[in-house]
Design a protein around this ligand. Structure first.
Ligand SMILES: C[S@@+](CC[C@H](N)C(=O)[O-])C[C@H]1O[C@@H](n2cnc3c(N)ncnc32)[C@H](O)[C@@H]1O
Length: 392
């Protein structure tokens, strides 16, 4: 299957199933799909948590229930870059946390031997660039917004005798186009939303020989309505919004149990307060209350409601039945979690759709493009690598 065929199949499937994922879980007091009520009611809270942490199990559970889900394993599986992780001296990994370093090792290995000059986009401290410079890239130029990260990166590179220099720039405001050249390998690891889109556009304009990127946070620095990059995706009937793009990022990272417990209380209390607010004001839509220090959730539901009511300028009647609304919150949480579970069936599909839009855009610009995973999901769920090369 070509990338375009994969995109077309995924696009039709996502369009046909959009009622299951293009929604906001907090909007519902009851499950919005009658055909799923019985199977979802049979799941205990721990069944829901277990399914949510295992994408293949999610596909298996929902395949007989939602038409098209049985195709998702095939349409969302990307081949793995077949590379060997190489070892580095300890001083290269200094200051890089365990999983991040393994992620970088895999990313660097998947890029192949660096023969061109490197342009590193949104570099942070330039860990990636330093590893490429260590692997004998002729020169690494790292661009980063935060001056102190540029300074730290520059110091490390100097101490380690690596051919690398930094430029501080806001890539969304400053004109950095002159930094892209033809004989170059432009790399971007986990640059968010518009940051990696602008990277791709500028590299294509400069006809940069090689472009490699692992996208993340597709919604950041972009308009709410998604603007497709490739001609093929521009013809899609799917109208994605930030809410949908965020769904692509919702792979579960198992939280420590204490954090999960506080989170459970938080969701129940927020939904309980929301039910109370609706009753008092006669409103029917969910309105979020700002985030707050988690310590609030070890106090009482009544104290949380007093705080939230002040934020929303609502007066709570003296005789309000807190236990009733807390129970409502607990019941709504069950609904919310089950709506989220159904939406999560499609999270990787949306990410692959977005990645293929980027890959097809690069193809359209004349590049030969591959899309692979470069590391295990446990190291980072944002593990997709798009590699593009201009034919000689
Ligand atoms: C998620 S980090 C990725 C860092 C590095 N590439 C890595 O994978 O370790 C994103 C980086 O983008 C930088 N950044 C954010 N907005 C930027 C902008 N407008 N211009 C340049 N860099 C930006 C941040 O300061 C941050 O260092």
């Amino acid at each position: 299957m070509t990338l375009a065929e994969q995109f077309t199949a995924l696009d039709s499937l996502l369009y046909a199933t959009r009622q299951y994922w293009q929604c906001t879980a907090f909007d519902y007091d009851e499950l919005p799909w009658s055909s799923l009520s019985a199977p979802l009611a049979q799941l205990s809270d721990s069944d829901v948590a277990k399914l949510d942490s295992d994408q293949d199990a999610l596909y298996r559970f929902f395949s007989p229930l939602i038409e098209g889900v049985e195709q998702l394993p095939k349409l969302t599986t990307l081949s793995t870059a077949q590379v060997e992780r190489t070892d580095y001296p300890f001083w290269i990994s200094n200051g890089i946390k365990g999983r991040k370093f393994e992620q970088l090792q895999d990313f660097v290995a998947a890029l192949g031997v660096p023969t061109e000059q490197v342009l590193e986009w949104c570099a942070g401290k330039g860990h990636l660039g330093r590893m490429l410079a260590f692997n004998k890239a002729p020169n690494v130029h790292s661009i980063e917004l935060q001056q102190h990260l540029c300074d730290q990166g520059q110091r490390s590179a100097q101490q380690q005798g690596l051919a690398m220099h930094f430029t501080q720039a806001d890539v969304l405001k400053d004109d950095v186009s002159a930094h892209f050249t033809q004989q170059q390998h432009a790399v971007a690891l986990h640059a968010c939303g518009a940051l990696h889109q602008s990277f791709m556009q500028q590299a294509c304009s400069a006809k940069t020989q090689q472009i490699s990127l692992s996208p993340c946070c597709y919604h950041l620095f972009t308009d709410d309505a998604y603007k497709a990059m490739s001609e093929r995706a521009k013809q899609s009937e799917l109208m994605l919004r930030h809410r949908d793009l965020k769904l692509a990022l919702q792979e579960t990272v198992t939280a420590p149990s204490r954090v999960a417990k506080v989170r459970k209380t938080e969701v129940e209390w927020r939904l309980g307060f929301d039910a109370m607010r609706k009753e008092i004001t006669g409103s029917t839509t969910y309105i979020s209350v700002p985030s707050v220090n988690k310590a609030v959730f070890s106090d009482s539901f009544k104290a949380f409601c007093a705080w939230a009511a002040e934020k929303k300028a609502i007066e709570i009647p003296q005789d309000i039945d807190y236990d009733y609304f807390l129970l409502k919150g607990q019941m709504r949480k069950k609904v919310t979690e089950r709506v989220e579970l159904v939406r999560h069936v499609f999270r990787r599909a949306i990410e692959v759709w977005l990645v293929l839009d980027r890959a097809l855009y690069l193809q359209q610009q004349g590049y030969q493009v591959t899309v692979n995973t470069f590391c295990e999901k446990q190291l980072t769920p944002r593990n997709i690598l798009i590699k593009a090369r201009l034919p000689n």
